[in-house]
Design a protein around this ligand. Structure first.
Ligand code: ADP
Ligand code: MG
Length: 276
């Protein structure tokens, strides 16, 4: 599979009141088309700064980022880059602009100058894809957090992105809203083959990723399949990170001398292991 995102020797410094602070420190990463990548890391490790580089909200101080071979520093490609790599943020209220759900979803494609009949088709398809079609005439402020976030996602899908970057989209939601959103994200990846970069601090959301990237102080400090990452419980704790609940439980049981695999991720695996 080809690389849809290439991050080459990227460093980034914020300049505030004349002071420079390094938020990204020589990052190298390639992301394949169709890949589901989860990014974890302590507060302030640079996750949001990295995500904003993927649709050219921020540009590297050093190094280059290519989205489908387009350099994010090339201003003539800006709209093409933003249409290719959509972004969904933490707070759904900040992302909704219209007073009716379907108008909100139409907003992005309208800005791309797309034909009205085509917009209508895209809005319908996008709302169906996130399970919000029945509520298309509702006012967004009457929706739950999870529903609002799904409308925000529909607005991005309507621009037909190859890739969507989610920056803690579930952080402000209750457990049921979180589940709605995470299931929507998984479906976009599996069914529509959209490349996903999902930043989260809920480790359970990382279990099904193709790859987990761990950030610390602006660097990528670990990466690998969920099982390879979460088995390193102590290293993750050093970085101030949790592991999925079942992995933690297996870790504690092993400490008590119980013979159980150390790389357990889910309840099913725990049950299988204990009943062997
Ligand atoms: P994360 O998303 O992992 O919590 P961020 O990317 O938001 O991390 O922040 C990385 C570093 O950059 C932190 O030290 C943070 O204080 C700093 N930072 C973030 N945004 C700004 C900003 N707008 N101006 C100055 N420094 C910032
Ligand atoms: Mg952040």
């Amino acid at each position: 599979m080809s690389d849809i995102i290439k991050i080459e020797n990227v460093s980034f410094e914020y300049i505030q009141e004349g002071l420079q602070s390094k938020a990204l420190d020589d990052i190298n990463l390639n992301i394949k088309k169709g890949e589901f990548v989860v990014v974890i890391g302590h507060n302030g490790s640079g996750k949001s700064t990295l995500s904003k580089h993927l649709n050219a909200i921020l540009k590297p101080t050093k190094g280059n980022i290519f989205i489908k071979e387009m350099n994010t520093k090339d201003d003539s490609k800006l709209w093409n880059i933003r249409q290719t790599a959509g972004m969904v943020f933490q707070n759904p209220d900040n992302q909704i602009v219209a007073t009716v759900v379907e108008e909100d979803v139409a907003f992005g494609p309208e800005n791309l100058g797309i034909d009205p009949s085509e917009i209508k088709k895209r809005v319908e398809k996008s709302l169906k894809s996130v399970g919000m079609y029945e509520l298309k005439n509702k006012a967004p402020h009457l929706l739950s957090g999870g529903q609002k976030q799904r409308v925000a996602i529909a607005g991005i899908i309507a621009m037909k992105p190859d890739c969507i970057v989610f920056d803690e989209p579930t952080a402000m939601l209750d457990p049921s809203g979180r589940k709605e959103v995470i299931n929507t994200i998984k479906k976009l990846n599996k069914k529509d083959n959209i490349t996903i970069i999902h930043i989260t601090h809920f480790m359970e959301e990382a279990v099904d990723a193709d790859r987990i990237i761990v950030m610390e102080k602006g660097k990528v400090v670990m990466q690998g399949a969920p099982r390879e990452i979460f088995v390193k419980v102590e290293k993750l704790k050093e970085l101030g990170l949790d592991v999925p609940f079942m992995t933690e439980l297996a870790y504690e049981l092993r400490k008590e001398g119980i013979d159980i695999d150390s790389d357990i991720l889910t309840v099913d695996e725990m049950v299988m292991n204990l009943c062997q």
